[in-house]
Structures are given as C-alpha cells and as structure tokens.
Write a protein that binds this ligand. Sequence first.
Ligand SMILES: Nc1ncnc2c1ncn2[C@@H]1O[C@H](COP(=O)(O)OP(=O)(O)O)[C@@H](O)[C@H]1O
Ligand SMILES: [Mg+2]
Length: 322
Amino acid sequence: MRTQVTSVATVMGVSRIFKGKTGVVHALDNVSFDLKPGRTLALVGESGSGKTTAARVLLGLDTPNSGSIEILGRTLGLLKHEELRLLRREIQVVQQDPFSQLNRRHSVERIISGPLLAFNIGDKESRRDQVVELLKSVGLEKEHLRRRPHELSGGQCQRVAIARALALDPKIVVLDEAVSALDVSVRAQVLNLLRRIQEERGLTYLFITHDLGVAHYMADEIAVMFRGRIVERGNRDDVFNNSRHHYTVGLLSSVPLATPSATKRSREQVQALPSPGVDDACLYRSRCALGLGREDCKSTPLKITQGSETHSWLCHSPVEHG
Ligand SMILES: Nc1ncnc2c1ncn2[C@@H]1O[C@H](COP(=O)(O)OP(=O)(O)O)[C@@H](O)[C@H]1O
Ligand SMILES: [Mg+2]
C-alpha cells in the first residue's frame, strides 16, 4: 500500500524579479517545489541560477513578486509579524561560509544559545545544558563552549552553525551550500553528521548545492535550476539515470555539451537572443546543442512535461534514452 506523504513546505508558482542598473533579473521564474517530511530535496544548478533566492523566500527573508509559499500549513504572505516569528522556529538555515555566518566576537555558547534567548527559552543554566547537548550531537565537546569562531576549524564552525540551527528543534533545515567551503575529508564527515541528525530528528532538508556528487549522496529528490527556472525535477534516480533535460545531462557529464558548430552558432546568434528571463521560450537554447536549430525552442512557450508521477521537465525536445 502506498503511504500518503504530505508536504511540510510548498512553493507554488513563485517569481522573484530584481531590478538593477543593468536591467531586470528573473531570479525565480514560476518556481514550484515541495518538501516532504523527513526527506531531502536537493536544489542544484550553477551559480546565479536562483538557488539562494529560493531559500530566502522559503525562509521568509525575501518576498516573492508572485506565487505563494506554505510552511506547515500556513501561508507565509498572510502571517502577521508575530506569527511569522513563531514559524521561523520551525525552519532554520545553515549557510556556506563557516566563519562569516557566526558572530566572531561571540563564544560558541553564546552563538548556539542565541536562538534560545531570542525565544526566551529556559534560564542560563538550562540553556547551558542544552548547548552542551547540542554540541555533543554535532560531535563537539564541552570544552568548545568558550571558544570563538577564529579558534575553530572550518568544519568545527559548520558544526556550530548546525548546532545553532537545531537549537529550537526545527522541522525544516535549509542547507545553502553548507559543505561547499570545506575540504573533501571534512565535507564527508559533515555530510554524514547531517544524515545522522536527519534520521534522529526526522528533519526535512532543502539541500542546496552546485555539486552533483554531494546531491547524489544526500538527496531523495532533486530539482535542477537554470536561470531562475526548475528545468527538471524528480527522484534522485530519475534525474541521475534518466535525465531528460539537456542542461541536466550537461551538468552530469564532464565533457562540454555544445557541439563545435552549435558553439559557433551560439556566438553568432547570442546578440539576437532576448535578454535573460523575459520570454517564455527555452533559456538554455543558446547553450544547447539542439536548441539553436529548432524553431520551437526559440519561439514556443515551454510547458512542464510530467513524464511520470515523480519526474518532470521543461524542454520541447527532451533527451531520449534506450
Ligand atoms: N538582492 C539582489 N539584488 C539584485 N539581484 C539579485 C539579488 N539577489 C540575487 N540576485 C540575482 O538573482 C540571480 C540569482 O541569484 P542567487 O539566488 O544568489 O543564485 P545562486 O544561489 O543559484 O547562485 C543572480 O543573477 C543574482 O545576481
Ligand atoms: Mg547561492
């Protein structure tokens, strides 16, 4: 029998436009995804594809221009200030830079107890006990309480940031390139720690990474982003073993995707292409070996193809397998 899995967070048709001196950037263009309880969705894509913006709107740190976001059954845009503050207990974040996300003047104890203080939880003594417990759960010791970030390694700083994220016992943790700055061996340790903590606490992760190896290790589901759009989404095996979008295939292979002639054409035609994100047609076409030659890639608005219950993509001429 199938078990009914409900979402702990749902992002529906969210767009976020930034207007800068150089023009308009569609950081998110009609993005939809959901987070299932106790599972990990990896958001992958190159730098500038909109991953952090997606995290920020989910965390309620940024407001989308359109679309809606539900967390634990509550709609973000409809919440009053205090309701939003309370909901923030349930969704926490760990960022990329081990040092800059921690206040360098504060001790580890103060950093990890910060969220407890902010929500007026416990007294000084019980907070210390809680911080010691949290330190243990991320593989650090009581002796680290007094240290400051510059007295810790990058890996230890990330463990402190994880402990702080766990302090309020959230349901959802957003990990935005949380292991990207770490050395390979330390990265593996922190990934294992994150998996163990997820198992113990039944946490839901939104795991943002540009590293597909890391996504493969961590994710149940994967959403591939390109220039503000989710171009392919599915269970891990759908995306890795049955990739349908040419961008996903390009990400997965180390060889350059475009054929020499496509590259030449792309150089010639790049001027004629509309600026990023302002049209409904495929934004990947200038880099896709197929896209430049096909009329529909240039002019026909894209629609999501739902290939199976779990797997969807945004492409007129998806990669064929077998
Ligand atoms: N506050 C902002 N103001 C203007 N442009 C922004 C802002 N935040 C993000 N962007 C732009 O939105 C796009 C997506 O950025 P981001 O979400 O940080 O991507 P990623 O995390 O995938 O690298 C980029 O083009 C970036 O320059
Ligand atoms: Mg980012």
